[in-house]
Ligand binder design. Structure first.
Ligand SMILES: NC(=O)C1=CN([C@@H]2O[C@H](COP(=O)(O)OP(=O)(O)OC[C@H]3O[C@@H](n4cnc5c(N)ncnc54)[C@H](O)[C@@H]3O)[C@@H](O)[C@H]2O)[C@H](O)CC1
Ligand SMILES: [K+]
Length: 501
């Protein structure tokens, strides 16, 4: 698990590493710049490319100077540096690097306050204007320069953070931010990189290790964590010899309506593929033929209109409710019936979430440890409108604690908020997975994992990871435009096999 830190915490980790490793501050800058350069060279190996490094006078600018010096040493010859003197202040490490640069034959130009911007002929811009030290939105000269560079539409590679993007906290829609093709960031992605508001300002990011003290980073106990492959490997349990279907639990899914039966089929099918010992789905009779032909392994409980089904509650290790269920009075009565009779953690998705949103008193009845899996719109219907993702993140944390449930907020980097106030960002999945029915698959997978006695928190983290990984395995090698939910379900056994090998 990679702790995601705020700019302030990164600054503290910096200071800790400098005094305890020990390493001088300028040598840490040298290390960071070297890590940047080595990654940059993998992306841009052509040494004849024209490159301009724009450097501020803080440590981000210091990095920019060190990077330009190293690129020159590596034989990049079409290189120039533009030092921006919009502030009277400069850091010591910036000054040291400016001094180290002076004897080189690389052109260096200073851009003064209120001055005109020099013409820009280079194809690549290295953005080392401002980094994690940003403390207010860009204005004045900085804003003008960034607007000017943005309209040139060059290939921008940002050092640590795109200039103008706050590392955490709300991102204003009006903010001027230097749009990066690639951000090579130090040690860990910044929290805002994982939220959709960064999307228009950066195409991709890659983190490079700069050796900050790991024990210290962990000791900060950040509520924000990035899930890595190793975490999921640790969670997943092997299947044992002499085990049987009873070992892996009996999952009940309550889902489907005449016109949305596909959701019930998809989630129950995913539950089978994700390893539940037995899967039963409670659907209206109109879905029975489709169910038997789509996934013969799933059993059915038939639901009559205007009548609650007979459910032997004790028989089921877990219940997942919602996909394609509808929001009418029957669906509401069914949800109330489940909440009144079933007292173990359950999974609530889709239409059942919308019923909770319109009958908020039911939220309080969710058994502790239950899992809700809203996308952004469902989340806002449940917990109120949010105008920024940062605010939504804070509500996520607060509501998961207050209700003692796990909230899986679905997105590019799906975020799981847990009852102990942690927020786990998932790192798998891709845009080929953005299609109807994909959420039903996730519900089926998480339900299956709870049936197999994973804790609700483990089921969320592993379920979200496996779901996204299956989509990645299917889409990424051939850059497929779309993968289908049913294909993702069918891929789960292979993905688990790979992780448990
Ligand atoms: N541990 C690490 O990750 C390391 C990071 N390094 C680099 O250091 C920068 C952060 O450097 P810092 O000097 O703290 O800040 P900046 O260079 O980002 O900014 C300089 C300065 O600018 C002022 N400022 C802030 N906001 C504005 C604004 N909107 N307009 C004008 N001026 C502004 C403020 O005074 C800042 O202090 C990090 O990103 C890395 O690139 C180290 O090199 C190695 C360790
Ligand atoms: K930058």
């Amino acid at each position: 698990m990679l702790p995601l830190l705020t700019a302030q915490q990164i600054h503290e980790a910096d200071a800790y590493t400098i005094s305890h490793e020990p390493v001088t501050s300028v040598n840490l800058m040298e290390r960071a710049s070297k890590a940047f350069v080595s990654r940059f060279m993998q992306h841009f190996p052509d040494k004849a490319q024209t490159i301009s490094a724009y450097c501020g006078s803080g440590n981000n600018g210091g990095d920019g100077l060190a990077i330009a010096r190293m690129l020159n040493e590596h034989g990049y010859r079409q290189l120039n540096v533009k030092v921006v003197r919009f502030s009277d202040k400069a850091t010591d490490d910036f000054n040291t690097n400016l001094h180290r640069f002076q004897h080189l034959s690389v052109p260096l130009l200073e851009i003064e306050k209120g001055g005109n911007f020099p013409p820009e002929d280079s194809a690549i811009i290295i953005d080392a204007l401002l980094g994690s030290g940003l403390n207010k939105p860009l204005s004045g000269d900085y804003e003008q320069l960034v607007k000017h560079l943005n309209q040139l539409e060059k290939t921008v590679v940002a050092v640590d953070v795109p200039t103008g993007l706050p590392t955490e906290g709300a991102v204003s829609k009006e903010a001027t931010i230097l749009k990066a093709k690639l951000v090579i960031t130090f040690q860990q992605p910044k929290i805002n990189f994982l939220l959709p508001e960064s999307g228009p300002h950066m195409e991709s990011w890659e983190a490079v290790d700069i050796g900050l003290d790991d024990t210290y980073l962990q000791s900060l106990n950040s509520p924000y964590q990035l899930i890595e492959k190793g975490d999921i490997k640790t969670i997943l349990k092997p299947r044992h010899k002499f085990s049987n279907k009873g070992t892996y639990g009996h999952a009940l899914l309550v889902a489907g309506q005449a016109k949305t039966m596909g959701a019930a089929l998809l989630c129950s099918s995913a539950c089978v593929y994700a390893g539940a010992g037995l899967t039963t789905v409670c659907i209206p009779e109109s879905g029975l033929t489709a169910l038997n032909s789509y996934q013969a392994e799933v059993m059915a409980i038939i639901r009559e209109q205007d009548q609650l089904p007979e459910i032997e509650w004790d028989k089921f290790s877990v219940i997942g409710v919602g996909p394609g269920l509808g929001k009418d009075d029957n669906a509401l009565a069914l949800l109330k019936n489940i909440l009144a009779n079933y007292h173990k953690p359950m999974i609530i998705d889709a239409d059942a979430l919308n019923l909770l949103a319109t009958h908020q008193e039911l939220l309080q009845q969710l058994p502790k440890g239950s899992i809700v899996t809203p996308h952004m719109k469902e989340f806002d219907r449940l917990f109120g409108e949010h105008d920024t993702w940062w605010n939504r993140l804070q509500t996520l944390k607060q509501k998961a604690q207050e209700l003692q449930i796990n909230i899986v907020l679905k997105n590019d980097y799906t975020i799981t908020g847990t009852p102990d106030g942690k927020l786990y960002f998932n790192s798998t999945s891709n845009a080929a997975m953005a299609s109807g029915g994909m959420g039903d698959i996730l519900t089926g997978i998480i339900t299956a994992l709870v049936a197999q006695k994973y804790t609700p928190e483990q089921a969320c983290l592993a379920g979200v990871y496996l779901h996204g990984k299956a989509g990645d395995v299917l889409a990424l090698p051939n850059q497929l435009h779309v993968v289908l939910p049913g294909q993702v379900a069918a891929k789960i056994p292979a993905v688990i096999a790979q992780l448990t090998a």
